[in-house]
Design a protein around this ligand. Structure first.
Ligand code: TLP
Length: 345
């Protein structure tokens, strides 16, 4: 059996039709705004997300950074979850490069931020305080087991933001997974956010790329920020061509990944030594712990690797497995069998 790589959905390989579209793409210099394939991807993305405009960027990390830089100036404060990707996994870029102060609010286990704590965290005008400008949310919420935030929750945060004249940025790296899981249009999830990023390079299988979406003026400034951080690409239409295939052909199939994640969750939950919150597996991401008297987490990882299965030990004692297009139902079943072999029934 081929390697079963469950470390991330970023590992998806491009499809044959993507490779063909990349080879045949009409391209131009995007810094001059002259790459027709990028222009098309930006227009399609903006329309899908229900925003006026969009900007193609190399990565989700850069998309989030550019969005925060566009909303905030040096010394401004943003509110974000203590489990959010921007806070945990983006090298502190918003502070290091933007001088933006992160004010963290503890995430609920479903990835939401408690509204009362969020409101309490908003600063009033006072000599000693940095001004609060922005609330950042994440959908699906990676470190909260890929949980999708609902339109109702987005609306509540939207109302809170408007009440306090704050903006909302949504890290929607996996927003299409959220839309599929909740059976809503992606634009419904984006509606209350002033800016949204989404990634093509995760479950949607494109090799590279993310989009920042927002109002026309926001994207105009974001384009300048992209240039500033060195993200102005040239004939990147070859990459955008793959992204168009993602959006046209690979969104609906995310459902398959969610079903396979259910199968994996149900198989792993049946193993006594595995502690997994099965009810809260809603998309393609599973988190679990292994409580075995003789097998320590590092050792479990090594045993799986020796059998051609890779997962991540994402924090001490906590494993993450992410299901994606290059993982078949048969590989899911095999993974469960291998886990059983080592941990017992
Ligand atoms: N997440 C990666 C790792 O960085 C953890 C993964 O394997 O899940 N927002 C969210 C919610 C993400 O999960 C990620 C990537 C990003 C932003 C950043 O995207 P890239 O990798 O394109 O910079």
């Amino acid at each position: 059996m081929d390697l079963i790589d469950l470390r991330s959905d970023t590992l998806t390989q491009p499809t044959d039709s993507m490779r063909q579209a990349m080879a045949e793409a009409k391209v131009g210099d995007d810094v001059f705004g002259e790459d027709p394939t990028i222009n098309k991807l930006e227009a399609v993305s903006a329309k899908k997300l229900g925003k006026e405009a969009a900007l193609f960027v190399p990565s989700g990390t850069m998309g989030n950074l550019i969005s925060v830089l566009t909303h905030c100036g040096r010394g401004d404060e943003i509110l974000l979850g203590d489990r959010s990707h921007i806070f945990l996994n983006e090298v502190g870029g918003i502070s290091a490069l933007g001088g933006v102060h992160p004010h963290i609010v503890p995430n609920n286990s479903d990835g939401t931020l408690p509204l009362d704590l969020l409101e309490k965290a908003i600063r009033h005008e006072e000599l000693h305080y940095p001004p609060t400008r922005l609330i950042c949310l994440e959908n699906t919420h990676n470190y909260c087991q890929g949980n999708p935030l609902t339109p109702a929750y987005m609306q509540e945060v939207g109302a809170l933001a408007r009440k306090h004249s704050l903006k909302i940025h949504l890290d929607g790296a996996r927003i299409f997974n959220a839309a599929i899981a909740l059976d809503v249009d992606v634009s419904t999830l984006a509606k209350d956010a002033d800016s949204v990023i989404f990634c093509l390079s995760k479950g949607l299988s494109a090799p590279v790329g993310s989009l920042v979406c927002g109002t026309g003026p926001f994207i105009q400034t974001a384009r300048k920020m992209r240039k500033m951080v060195g993200g102005g690409m040239r004939q990147a239409g070859h990459l955008a061509a793959a992204g168009l295939v993602s959006l046209e052909c690979l969104v609906e199939r995310l459902q398959e990944d969610h079903q396979n994640a259910q199968e994996l969750a149900s198989g792993l939950t049946a193993i006594k030594a595995i502690d997994l919150d099965r009810e809260n597996v809603k998309t393609n991401i599973l988190f679990f712990r292994v409580n075995h008297p003789k097998i320590q987490p590092d050792n479990f990882l090594k045993r799986l690797e020796a059998e051609g299965i890779k997962i991540l030990l994402i924090e001490p004692g906590v494993f993450r497995a992410v299901v994606h297009r290059n993982i078949s139902r048969e590989q899911i079943r095999h993974t469960v069998e291998v886990a059983k072999k080592h941990l017992g029934e």
